[in-house]
Design a protein around this ligand. Structure first.
Ligand code: HEC
Length: 161
């Protein structure tokens, strides 16, 4: 009985040791792991979102960005921060759980940013749910442009609309 217990404890110790050594050297913060599928499902959940400035019919030309004409929506968590005439006040940050989605008019793609652990995750997901730019890719292509002057917590629509 006692021997079995001891063997059990040693197996547990060894397994957790192996598990630890396999996971400790990761480049990406594991807390930021997320799936395109989950983001796609969120984008489609109409009741979770409010359109920018409460104007669901509004289509913005998108001539300053790479996606062309789009609709813009914020989830409930993000919406609570839009207290400066519908915009995020200068110098403030969106809270974790915020999600901002561009509905690209030409092809139904979702371009989105989702805040997790204080970091924006970026993705582009096609209308059929396939990944156009996976959340697991290096987002610097998105952030390098979104860091432009006038951005508020890396959101740039406030500059133009
Ligand atoms: C060359 C610059 C540029 C690049 C690259 C870029 N964006 Fe944008 N993005 C913009 C601009 C400008 C807007 C404001 C709306 C518009 O004019 O299209 C915008 C708007 C957005 C919005 C709505 C929130 C906001 O910031 O206004 C999302 C979401 C978004 N982009 C996602 C992405 C993702 C995801 C990528 C990378 C795969 C990306 N963008 C790459 C310029 C860029």
């Amino acid at each position: 009985m006692r021997a079995t217990l001891l063997v059990g404890i040693s197996i547990l110790t060894i397994t957790s040791g192996v598990f630890y050594s396999c996971t400790k050297d990761v480049a990406k913060n594991p807390l930021l792991a997320y799936s395109d599928k989950a983001l796609f499902d969120s984008c489609k959940n109409a009741t979770a979102f409010t359109y920018y400035k409460n104007a669901p019919g509004m289509i913005y030309p998108g001539t300053n960005g790479p996606h062309g004409a789009f609709k813009l929506k914020f989830n409930k968590i993000a919406t609570t921060s839009l207290t400066d005439n519908g915009k995020l006040p200068v110098g403030q940050q969106f809270p974790n759980g915020s999600m901002i989605v561009k509905e690209v008019q030409s092809n139904g793609m979702y371009a989105l940013m989702f805040k997790k652990e204080g970091t924006w995750l970026w993705a582009e997901i096609n209308a059929d749910g396939s990944s156009a730019y996976s959340v697991n890719k290096d987002p610097s292509v998105c952030t390098s442009c979104h860091a432009q002057s006038g951005q508020r917590d890396l959101v740039v629509s406030f500059n133009f609309y």
